[in-house]
Write a protein that binds this ligand. Structure first.
Ligand SMILES: [Ca+2]
Ligand SMILES: [Ca+2]
Length: 269
């Protein structure tokens, strides 16, 4: 009886896939959590708010994430929408309990962070969250494809803690870089822009968006004759060591292959 019920549900589910999902590069569902940390600098805060708005719009409109599978947590919101440790843990737990290996999970952190010892701490309202706590919460997510973006200072300090098979970890700065990075201001628009599709296969992979971002950041600092205070990297082969030039994965044999295959949305419908 139970077996029959499950079979029926599976049959119904397979016939009720919405049109938007058929266009998705992934057969499963996408879940996403965007978290903004606290920031003291008003200009930086405005920039991060814009990144969050743009990434949210991209996920809803281009990736066709269902609204009940997308959560944005920000400082200063009411209890349910606040970026506290408890709400982050709860949201990941709620999504994780609904996920299957065919699904995808996107986690994006933008805001301040610091390092104590070797541990990255995300600066949030209330207690900070450590890299170990985040890794432990994310470990419950069964989604076979995961994208974790740490758009914060010292990001690469968390590479080892967050590395895991099937997970692309995008890091905006090295473990020594203390300044708030520009990363998301380039990466989020690059994901949504058709011109980022440099191999002309009709989609923008995470690697293509990252490559465009790394070049734009390099140019931004060069044009202002400033020494770059941020060097982004990717860890996606689960050894915990990120590389700064993942577009060379075929020559170098390091990270980049998984990011090259990770496409959140087609550029052309
Ligand atoms: Ca492409
Ligand atoms: Ca690696």
């Amino acid at each position: 009886m139970i077996v029959k019920s499950i079979a029926l549900i599976v049959t119904i589910a397979s016939f009720s896939v919405p049109a938007a999902a058929l266009k998705s590069p992934s057969p499963g569902d996408t879940y996403a959590l965007i978290v903004t940390g606290i920031g003291k600098d008003p200009e930086d805060r405005l920039a991060r708010d814009q990144i969050v708005r743009d990434f949210r719009a991209y996920l809803l409109e281009k990736v066709a994430v269902r609204p009940n599978r997308l959560t944005v947590l920000v400082p200063g919101a009411d209890a349910a929408g606040a970026s506290t440790a408890d709400r982050i843990a709860e949201t990941i737990h709620t999504y994780a309990s609904a996920m299957s290996p065919a699904d995808r999970f996107v986690f994006y952190y933008t805001g301040q962070a610091n390092v104590v010892g070797d541990t990255l701490r995300f600066n949030l309202p209330g207690p900070d969250v450590t890299q170990e706590e985040l890794a432990r919460w994310l470990a419950g997510a069964q989604a076979g494809t995961q994208l974790v973006v740490l758009d914060c200072p010292y990001a690469a300090a968390a590479a080892k803690a967050l590395a895991r098979p099937g997970r692309v970890v995008v890091l905006a700065s090295t473990e020594k870089q203390a300044y708030s990075p520009r990363f998301g201001m380039h990466f989020v628009p690059a994901l949504a822009r058709a011109e980022s599709d440099t191999n002309h296969d009709g989609n923008v992979s995470v690697l293509e968006a990252f490559t465009a971002t790394a070049r734009e950041i390099e140019q931004w600092y060069q044009q202002r004759q400033l020494l770059p205070t941020e060097t982004p990297s990717i860890e996606d082969n689960s050894d915990g060591r990120p590389v700064e030039r993942p577009w060379r994965y075929e020559q170098d044999g390091g990270d980049g292959r998984l990011a090259a295959g990770l496409v959140l949305a087609w550029v052309k419908p």
